[in-house]
Write a protein that binds this ligand. Sequence first.
Ligand code: GTP
Ligand code: MG
Length: 400
Amino acid sequence: MTAEERAAELFARLATGDRRALARAITWVEDGAPEASALMRLAYPHTGRAHVVGITGPPGAGKSTLVDRLAVELRARGQTVAIVAVDPTSPFSGGAILGDRIRMQRTLTDPGVFMRSLAARGHLGGLSPATAEVVGLLDAFGFDVVLVETVGAGQSEVEIMELAHTTCVVVIPGMGDEIQAIKAGILEIGDVFVCNKADRDGADRTVNEIEMMLDLGHMGEPGINRWPSETEGAQASQSADGAAAPDGKASVGARAGDAALRRLDRTGHHSAEELGNVASYLTRAAAHAAARHGTANPGDISWRPPVLKTVAKDGLGVAEVVDRLGEHLTFLKETGRWQARREHDAARRLEELVRERVVRATLARARAVGDFERLVRQVADRQLDPYTAADEILRSHWGG
Ligand SMILES: Nc1nc2c(ncn2[C@@H]2O[C@H](COP(=O)(O)OP(=O)(O)OP(=O)(O)O)[C@@H](O)[C@H]2O)c(=O)[nH]1
Ligand SMILES: [Mg+2]
């Protein structure tokens, strides 16, 4: 049997809802097996339905516990759930995975819940390269919601934001003061914030700090989301870089960042250096939040990320998290962002593939007749510049 035939056979089993076939399919994709691309080709038309939710946050914040409870709540609402846990540690440690299995016992026997851990295999701080494809398989299999748990560390935060429709950032009380939360780079990626372990001291303070940062970084409805006034804005843009920023989008981040900084300053317990370090981050974060959640035009509908409290180990506050995740999905769909995002993703993927194939095919033709080697020698010997050489390859071997 060829790889294509094996892929088709497995896909037929997937289509009947065979979970063992799903586990096998994921392994193929993870291992980069020869069947994987044929399988993804078959699966693609069935993707694009699931709500993909990223759950990220620092180690030990209670992400897995929360994910388990979210799964229970979603099941109670009649939705099927797939869980992908990206284990950032070595594939050999297995400790975290075992722990997750134990916590997940509540849902493991339910056919409406599927769980899989992926090792981040050498991609330290990033997602496993197969994560997007695995999510695609789960989506094609028909799960309503795919929850992707990642430890918020550097690169993975950006990757999860790109992969998920909705990103839920989990923090805990007593992570330090607001500066800690800001430095962790969480503000710009969260669509829903959860302060878990709210049974501990300091949860309200943590919630307030995040609320404050969001108020300043966000440009939603007046009254809910405060935005610096004209005078504040003018002062801010001057003190930020010594020159008044021109009016418009570019200055928005700077103004919000500076206003946020002044609020922090007022709390009085940060050194000048701490405040200085945080200034550029705030500016970037605010610009990101503005681009992601709102627009500079008052009246446009925008999303103000809610900040919730949970005690995941007891299931408290979890229903509200599910409510808000659902509302964010509705927001994406009603404002056209869901469709825009699909088109954006499709364009990116298509560009990527065309680029890859054009380059491979063109160079293969040029090599087959010795043109590539000939031109390389001429460029190396300075008889020809590389620009002219590249044009010549394209003229003779591109297309067709
Ligand atoms: N006090 C308290 N402890 C909690 C709560 N939720 C989870 N925990 C505990 O926190 C510890 C870590 O929970 P996990 O769910 O494994 O956290 P995690 O964020 O998935 O951890 P990693 O995947 O290792 O980064 C466990 O001992 C949980 O029982 C909570 O609401 N309150
Ligand atoms: Mg975990």
